[in-house]
Design a binder for this molecule. Structure first.
Ligand code: FAD
Length: 382
């Protein structure tokens, strides 16, 4: 079966669906999203903790989040389904004086971009969040505009709009090859035997971005790491509304999930793998870590948990652009655990690039070519 499209998007997760939607809204008609699973949004997108925050190290990342936050707030007006945005705020805690210096410098940049980030002393924290017991805390930042939203509703809203605008979403289609003609991308081949010709192919394959890049001969430095999340039964030992709270040094976080508590961790000892199993070891490590700073959770019971993959780049920042070595091959990958909040802006800038327009945000911090030089890692990531 041979088919001809204007744009092929590989990956039906949040990033691929956002690109499809933004492109279709620009009037591009022949777009196909190819997803290897039998449902869209089943990869990392289904495992997200739903956090949306404005604190980042690069101004462009801050602007990406501002665009995403605004879209999630207005999602129901725009797409007819609520993203359930809850402005519970984000609270970052650190015990490290050097990190605290950097957070304060970055707060000045963030404030210049309109982010209402507050700097909190240990005394402020004790007064506002008495349930956090961290005697060696050095400082904290809080942003009241941040919050949490529902990734599944966002994926559904974009998929529905994209289809209304004529985008085809083909499920159970594993892309096995990317073809080239005279140095330009020319289409893809799938495991079911489909050959789709297109002058534009987009890699939005999340944790599988490196493998999909290799099909085009483009090395995209993105590796998958397991990240686990657990949810308690209803728990009234903490206030009903608490911020999404992250502590950097042991890389754990908590937030409310309805009347329960959701907790997660980015265990730095996890090897590169596509393992998405939960296990006793990861659960015990997470619980031990969280109890050290929220001892009141001692009486909570774990009800369920899941694991998914972070798609991590060397500096914890996305890689977005068109391959210099293969015109027509675009990528939006390596979101490093913040791809939900950045998926709206990623969709917009990739659509702008494909349409030959200037991106609405400076995307040079996301260039693949930056890895030829020394890069500064993202500070606000665990
Ligand atoms: C536990 C956890 C918590 C997280 N919490 C947050 C958070 O609080 N806030 C936030 O912003 N982000 C969070 N993230 C990160 C966020 O979920 C991801 O960054 C985002 O979902 C990436 O979306 P994606 O579309 O790039 O990837 P995916 O959703 O993985 O989509 C890629 C798709 O490509 C498909 N695919 C791969 N290879 C092929 C192929 N060859 N052919 C066809 N299809 C293919 C896959 O099946 C998959 O569906 C979290 C992630 C995890 C795991």
């Amino acid at each position: 079966m041979t088919d001809t499209q204007d744009v092929v998007i590989i990956g039906g997760g949040l990033v691929g669906l956002s690109i499809a939607c933004h492109l279709a809204e620009k009037g591009v008609t022949r777009i196909v999203v190819l997803e290897r699973e039998a449902m869209w949004g089943r990869g990392s997108s289904a495992r997200s903790a739903g956090g949306v925050r404005l604190e980042f190290s690069h101004p462009s990342s801050v602007q990406f989040s501002q665009y995403g936050l605004e879209m999630f707030r207005r999602f129901e007006d725009l797409f007819g389904i609520s993203a359930s945005f809850n402005p519970c705020g984000y609270l970052f805690l650190t015990r490290d004086p050097q990190r605290w210096d950097r957070m304060q410098q970055l707060a000045a940049m963030q404030q210049m971009l309109g982010v209402p980030v507050e700097l909190l002393s240990p005394a402020d924290l004790a007064r506002r969040y008495a349930y956090i017991e961290m005697p060696d805390l050095v400082g904290a930042t809080f942003c009241a505009q941040d919050g949490i939203a529902d990734p599944a509703s966002v994926a559904y809203g974009w998929a529905r709009r994209a289809r209304e605008l004529g985008v085809k979403i083909r499920l159970s289609e594993l892309v096995t090859d990317i073809t080239q003609t005279r140095g330009h991308v020319s289409g893809v081949v799938t495991a079911s035997g489909s050959v789709i010709q297109a002058a534009v192919v987009v890699n939005a394959a999340g944790p599988q971005a490196r493998a999909v890049g290799a099909l085009a001969g483009i090395d995209l430095p993105v590796d998958p790491y397991r990240r686990s999340v657990y949810v308690t039964t209803a728990f009234d030992g903490l206030p009903p509304q608490i911020p999404m709270t992250l502590e950097f040094e042991n890389t754990s976080y908590i937030r409310r999930e309805g009347s329960a508590i959701l907790m997660g961790m980015s265990d730095r000892l996890e090897p590169i793998s596509e393992n998405t199993d939960t296990d006793q070891e990861s659960l015990e490590k997470l619980v031990d870590t969280v109890l050290r700073w929220v001892p009141r959770l001692e009486t909570a019971s774990i009800m369920r948990g899941w694991a998914g993959l972070y798609e991590v780049s060397p500096d914890d920042t996305a890689i977005i652009g068109e391959a210099q070595a293969l015109p027509g091959f675009f990528y939006a990958v390596g979101f490093s655990g913040h791809g939900f909040m950045h998926s709206p802006a990623a969709g917009r800038v990739v659509a702008e690039l494909i349409a030959g327009e200037a991106p609405f945000v400076d995307i040079s911090p996301f260039a693949l070519e930056r890895f030829r030089y020394q890069t500064t890692g993202e500070a606000f990531v665990i």
